[in-house]
Design a protein around this ligand. Structure first.
Ligand SMILES: [Zn+2]
Length: 268
């Protein structure tokens, strides 16, 4: 089986000095591609450095996390920190300079969990629209973070992407059922983390979305499927197992289709 992790943060400080072993365990589990996501200019640089070191398996997704874009990300989240609001144009230039190394744009989107909706919605929406237009211009898939902002993100994506110009991947989507349907109808992909083991919401999502629109991710080091310890790319096996159970299909068939989806989206 060729397994994939389309969203994780191997540049998180938790993985310092452990990346060799984490990649070894991932390969042993059957993982053949790991997309590492940046969240701001400093972490995007880290992602590129890491991907250059392990080009056989790592891919770079360069992102502008909505909270970092606003400049309100607190220090100490374990990721490279950016002080003040992000200069989008400057970061777009950086991404274009490294375009050969960039697999996708993300994570990007909106967040009303960490940011006050009333105070920040206009700015978040404005940033998000600019980022979507940039992704269309450079023809790269988008990886979406939409915590407590699922409806708004879908709305903006629907308005900005009229003819499926680029693939959209909803990462850890937690919207209600009607929004799952809306995303599916818009042709979005949904990447499923291993914590689906204990999440009825992700199980419902897998039930509602066709296998041709599903992907697997870990969001590691966060969202571990287990009580103890942190998450890592090898654990996408848990996502595959659970999708197979919900869809009542053999794991091999699930993994093969998700690998196909991945190849189609990322041109691999
Ligand atoms: Zn993430």
């Amino acid at each position: 089986m060729n397994l994939i992790d389309v969203h994780c943060h191997l540049n998180h400080e938790f993985f310092k000095g452990k990346v060799d072993d984490v990649i070894k365990r991932a390969k042993k589990a059957g993982v053949v591609a790991i997309v590492v996501s940046g969240v701001n200019p400093a972490s995007n640089k880290e992602v590129l450095t890491l991907v250059n070191k392990y080009p056989d398996i790592l891919r770079a997704s360069l992102g502008i996390y909505p909270i970092d874009a606003l400049g309100i990300q607190p220090e100490g989240a374990g990721m490279a920190h950016h002080k003040g609001p992000i200069d989008l144009e400057k970061e777009f230039k950086f991404i274009e300079q490294n375009i050969d190394k960039v697999t996708s744009i993300g994570e990007v989107g909106a967040d009303f969990h960490w940011a006050d909706k009333e105070k920040t919605y206009a700015q978040q929406a404005d940033n998000f629209r600019k980022i979507i237009r940039f992704a269309i211009k450079i023809k790269k898939p988008l990886v979406i973070h939409s915590r407590k902002a699922e409806e708004e993100c879908l709305q903006i994506l629907e308005e900005e992407i009229k003819n499926k110009e680029i693939p959209v991947i909803q990462h850890c989507f937690s919207g209600r059922k009607s929004l799952m349907t809306k995303g599916t109808e818009l042709g979005h992909y949904f990447s499923i983390p291993p914590c689906i083991v204990k999440s009825s919401n992700f199980q419902t999502l897998v039930k509602k979305v066709p296998l041709t629109q599903l992907l697997t991710e870990t969001d590691s080091p966060w969202l571990s499927p287990y009580k103890e310890g942190m998450n890592e790319p090898a654990f996408v096996t848990e996502s595959i197992k659970q999708i197979a159970i919900v869809k009542e299909l053999p794991e091999e068939e699930v993994a093969a289709q998700i690998w196909k989806n991945y190849q189609k989206i990322f041109n691999e």
